[in-house]
Design a protein around this ligand. Structure first.
Ligand code: DOR
Length: 447
């Protein structure tokens, strides 16, 4: 007797723990039920994936979606439309909203807003502050919590824990991995005079390499002192890398597509559009980050999608806010690097699926394997396109890659078996649900 399932993805080249090869995938009730030989399995829907690569769903573990608060830049719906348009299936969203996500109530509010309104699955970081230190163990266990995020250097918004005593108290209480914006606030304050009015190219002179190195050193030392796990977000300097290599027991590393793709030379062309914290730096740092991709030091890619409107970005530096969109362009920009031979497709999957699954302990995500969620990023590796602002789903409607030719394009996004995007069209109902983590499984959702 044949077995009936919801969906078969047929003839695609699957990249997973078995390597890369043509395999069929059977999906039923949102989960992968078989991979490879599907003899005896029939499906309500068969999707032809010949000539396409099927990757485990891309997990972007750093985005800013602005809701609640400055939703004229973005909201959970528009940000998640951008995610699925770009082939991203799960996002971890940051706490520098208004109000900040620094209480159980604020987290519950975000989760309620997001369920079945976001197009992708999600988790929200809770901001660690001096005021909520005693609640940290509780925050890590809540539904939809990605764990704790700390701004050790100030960026957009006013979340900040700059001193060793504050960081020490937060890190001491962690049980999950916590994420850090690592720029030394004291040095940033000292060097603010290096900002040149009207010249965004002075941004990396102000927020210099030493500011990042100092802060990452402090965080690594405190983490090892307490035996706790930290995640250094958007590492931007070659100088932090040897240090991070010495702290692999406690520290994991994120880099961003913009730090791997753009460089200080681009300030002349992009001006404040390139302004980001930590800054895009000169090419020597970019080369260092690529070496760390190749050596295995980098654990994950995050887009740090940080939308601001073009009007806001057009203010003269330094009144201009730091941040650029990125969640929708992560896949095509990085696949272009794959096509240019800078990393393998398998390393891309390691950075965007296996890596986040491994370091954050995601449950049922990040692999194309029996019993896992049927989250897929389906790409056409040979398709060339020109990225345009008009393609961008973010409410801020722009990208630093406008006009850039890329090769390698997301053509399908599946979230727990539901097709959220196919050939550029965002389909159907938003079905987003909180991602689950093995260290904080929610009892009623574990079936
Ligand atoms: O450039 C940035 N913008 N870096 C951050 O850390 C925050 C972000 C934002 O929220 O705009």
């Amino acid at each position: 007797m044949s077995r009936q399932v919801d969906l078969i993805l047929k003839g695609g080249t699957v990249v997973n723990q078995d390597g890369t090869g043509v395999r069929d995938i059977a999906v039923d009730r949102g989960r992968i039920v078989a991979v490879g030989d599907l003899a005896g399995i029939v499906a309500a829907e068969v999707r032809d994936c010949r000539k396409l690569h099927i990757l485990p769903g891309v997990i972007d573990s750093q985005v800013h979606f602005r809701e609640p608060g400055p939703t004229h830049k973005e909201d959970l719906e528009t940000g998640s439309r951008a995610a699925v348009a770009g082939g991203v299936t799960v996002v971890f969203e940051m706490p520098n909203t208004k109000p900040t996500t620094t209480s159980a109530a604020a987290l519950a509010d975000k989760v309620a807003r997001a369920k079945n309104r976001m197009f992708c699955d999600f988790a929200f970081y809770v901001g660690g502050t001096r005021e909520n230190i005693s609640d940290i163990p509780q925050f890590e266990k809540l539904e939809g919590s990605a764990g704790i995020k700390v701004f050790a250097g100030s960026s957009t918004g006013d979340l900040l824990v700059d001193d060793d005593a504050g960081l020490d108290q937060i890190i001491a209480r962690l049980s999950r991995r916590a994420a850090f914006h690592s720029e030394d606030e004291f040095r940033l304050l000292d060097r603010v005079g290096h900002q040149v009015a009207g010249d965004a190219a002075s941004h990396p002179v102000w927020r210099d390499v030493e500011a990042a190195v100092l802060c990452t050193t402090r965080l690594c030392m405190i983490a090892r002192k307490h035996g706790k796990r930290i995640h250094i977000l958007h590492v931007s300097t070659a100088d932090e890398l040897p240090l991070l290599a010495q702290y692999r027991d406690v520290a994991t590393v994120e880099v961003t597509p913009h730090h791997l793709t753009l460089s200080a030379e681009d300030y002349a062309r992009l001006g404040t559009k390139l302004q980001m914290n930590p800054p895009v730096r000169d090419k020597l740092h970019r080369e260092g980050l690529w070496r760390a991709i190749r050596s295995g030091l980098v654990d994950v890619l995050g887009s740090d999608h940080a939308p601001h409107t073009l009007e806001e970005k057009a203010k003269p530096y330094p009144q201009s806010p730091s941040g650029m969109t990125g969640v929708q362009t992560l896949v095509p920009v990085m696949l272009t690097h794959v096509n240019q031979g800078r990393l393998t497709l398998e390393r891309f999957v390691d950075l965007t699926s296996h890596g986040p699954q491994r370091i954050f302990g995601l449950s049922r995500k990040g692999r194309i394997a029996e019993g896992y969620d049927a989250d897929f990023t389906i790409v056409d590796l040979s398709r060339s396109e020109t990225i345009r602002d008009s393609w961008i789903e973010s409410r801020s409607k722009w990208t630093p890659y406008d006009g850039e030719r890329v090769t390698g394009w997301p053509v399908g996004t599946f979230i727990r078996g539901t097709c959220a995007m196919w050939q550029g069209e965002i389909l159907g109902q938003a079905t987003g649900q909180p991602a689950q983590f093995t260290e904080s499984l929610q009892p009623e959702q574990t079936s």
